[in-house]
Design a protein around this ligand. Sequence first.
Ligand code: FAD
Length: 358
Amino acid sequence: MMPLANTDYMRFTFMCKKQKPSQRIDKEIAIIGAGPSGLAVGGFLACKGYDLTIYERLPLPGGMMVFGIPEFRIPVDRVLKGCKELEEVFEVKFETSCKITVNDDRLLGDDYCKKKVDLDKIVNGFDAVIIATGTWNARGLPAEGSNFKGIFSALEYLFKSKSFKLGLLPKKENLKLGSNVAVVGSGLVAVDAALNLLEEGHSVKILSIENEFDAPSGSFEIRKLKKKGAEHIERTVIKRVLGEGKVKSIEVISVDAEVKNGAVLKMEQIPGTERIIDDIDNIIVGIGQSPTPPFNKEYKEINTYRWGGIEVSDKHMSSKNKVFATGDVTTGVTKIGRAFQTGLKTAQWVDRYLQGTI
Ligand SMILES: Cc1cc2nc3c(=O)[nH]c(=O)nc-3n(C[C@H](O)[C@H](O)[C@H](O)COP(=O)(O)OP(=O)(O)OC[C@H]3O[C@@H](n4cnc5c(N)ncnc54)[C@H](O)[C@@H]3O)c2cc1C
């Protein structure tokens, strides 16, 4: 999934085989967000000898690799060792618990921020800025009763579970879930949540529009879930959440769906297929996230697409001078490998921009 030096840690500086460049380039670069895309940019440009500062609002770098994806997929230690190499060998400065923002919108995990710095101050203070802030807005459940207690996004569940395991969240602030949990969605986020729930001893029903073969996470992941004891209820959505302000059971309905490459092109509920599933304590919703640039809608200096992603040129430049953007904040949720690749491409354009060759 990621370039590794050995089985021990992730090497963000694999381009220069761990060798610190003999000459420094007298240009200062700020990277906003220390997820895979920001770290890929950092690794590439550190190999070239640039002076780099990576700003991260959470207390540790790594983005979703540390705060979203469960430990059984990516050990946190491997990511942090790679970051340590960037810091100690390549002199990359990490400013953690520091949010860069204009007209702040609150994000999951912002409680960990100790400092906020205005985006324009960063833009004015550096030769180039790369925004790599990911997708931290989770989509809600599109069903009646979606405001009931006991419903959480998969992102919040996984974020809190990881923060607790990292010793950052006290036990009393972690989510308390009942024995029977319904997970909605069949992408990697929903699957990760379901696997984590099974590991924590919950009984899991996973409901999805997709069947095993067109699930965006891939049939292998769904089969793995079933092998571990989850029940997959495919081609089914939740119509209504039932209970008195708190989830107790769900009314579900079967659907006809056309799915291509993990995207639902058409979906229709099938009348008469409604049924109740009783004894549901919690619902975990993993049906997508939207991009979270370091500014809100009021900020007009950087163009965004209607779906919220930062608009970039083929050279990964935003509409604002010397500001580039990369990773999931420009594409929507992808995968680690893709975020990493986008970061490497962006870094090459940043290098050419600073060398005056574009
Ligand atoms: C729960 C979950 C499970 C997943 N499971 C898998 C999986 O198993 N396999 C896989 O390949 N992919 C998986 N993915 C997708 C993968 O994690 C993402 O595609 C990838 O992390 C995107 O990288 P990124 O660098 O663009 O964003 P992120 O990883 O989100 O990193 C962005 C970073 O920017 C920081 N940030 C945000 N705003 C600011 C700000 N204003 N100031 C400073 N810092 C800021 C964030 O705190 C974060 O650290 C999963 C995603 C999620 C959410």
